[in-house]
Design a protein around this ligand. Sequence first.
Ligand code: FES
Ligand SMILES: [Fe+2]
Length: 436
Amino acid sequence: MNGSTMAIGERTDAVDVTSLIETDRVHGRLYTDPAVFEQEMAHIFYGGWVFVGHDSEIPDVGQYVRRTLGREEVLMVRRRDGSVGVMSNRCAHRGNLVCIKNQGKERYLTCPYHGWVYDLEGKLRDVPYPDGFAKDKSEFTLRALRSESYRGFVFASFDKSVPPLVDHLGKATILIDRACEMSPTGRIRLTAGWSKQRFYANWKMLPENDTDGYHVNDVHASFAEAIDSQYDAAVMGNETAIRSETKDWGNGHTELDFSPTYDAPLKWLNTTPQRFPEYTRSMLAAYGEAKGNRILRNGPPHAVIFPNLFLGEMNIVIFQPVNVNECVQWHTPLLLDGVPDDLNGRIIRNSEAAMGPSAFLLADDSVISERQQIALRDRADWLDISRGLNRERVDDLGVIVGHVTDEGTNRAFWQHYRKVMTADTRAGIRPVARSA
Ligand code: FES
Ligand SMILES: [Fe+2]
């Protein structure tokens, strides 16, 4: 099947991925085969929940942001009733992009091609030269996606019959809670703007890499040499001395939990409460001594929400697949509501140092991912992910826990991936009619 002609909702099941994923190894073809990529679009990006954005990005009625869901252009819009909707950014006339700015604020959305006008709910309200258009306007709408949010994190799906978002998030709602609870008001803001970085690598290398604690010593050696950071103790020390852990939260959601390493508040920000006394006081007032101190010591999650959201401590990251050999990473600082500006300022500076165009961490990770793609491109083979199978345990929450350098996170990702990539076509997903 030619991928460029496949329609949303259509499932090809051309590749039997069960033969390519075992407990302790995965086949490199999963990163290089265009047919696998098409299957991912249908099963994962069009048939499941995908992160789109945060409602703090569009506080006012009429505000919208332009996003990509799989390869499809979508808009996240603040509607007239104050709710957030996600709809296709494809004109119902002849398919042009309706919004071409990355963000904006409008009372109506007007297609730049022939001027069809839609309201914020996606209904066609007006067409230029109306005498020649005899059809019923109500038949023409910007396609609405199913969307739900959890604590302002908006997810969408082209599949109207997908089970509720909380089923997909499962226990991982705790991870989103932990990100929000870094603020004394429990609210975060993604308002600093997004940076994007193109990777000439398969998109799955990003979620895999982001909760891979094994590569840090090697790939980020220059960072460790240049900067004394919290990561020295959390993930770069001696194998027996490091107390950080991998966590498999189920449904492909994975975490590197650095908190067992932190022995004082605000180490996760590589600073101290003395530098931010007002923040420290407000957190204790908001959450009480016990929980407030626990949050201040443990810090934010470092976790991937399957398939495309990375809660990267004080950054939020989106993985955007482009084709089997290419993806784009979006990132923005996780700003906190109800805190002094100097704290958000530090968060922005740290984000620039980790993820900016001249930063340390993202540049390292992009190079290592691209090398992996080069090495696999013509003769993919089995890749080992067995590390730590001999020392996993299950905690009280049913979370599978390993040493931070283990590959339990990779196994968690792949086992869920195998499940969704082989799931039967559900009722309600019907192939969308294609023209020749
Ligand atoms: S394609 Fe949008 S108005 Fe014609
Ligand atoms: Fe890395």
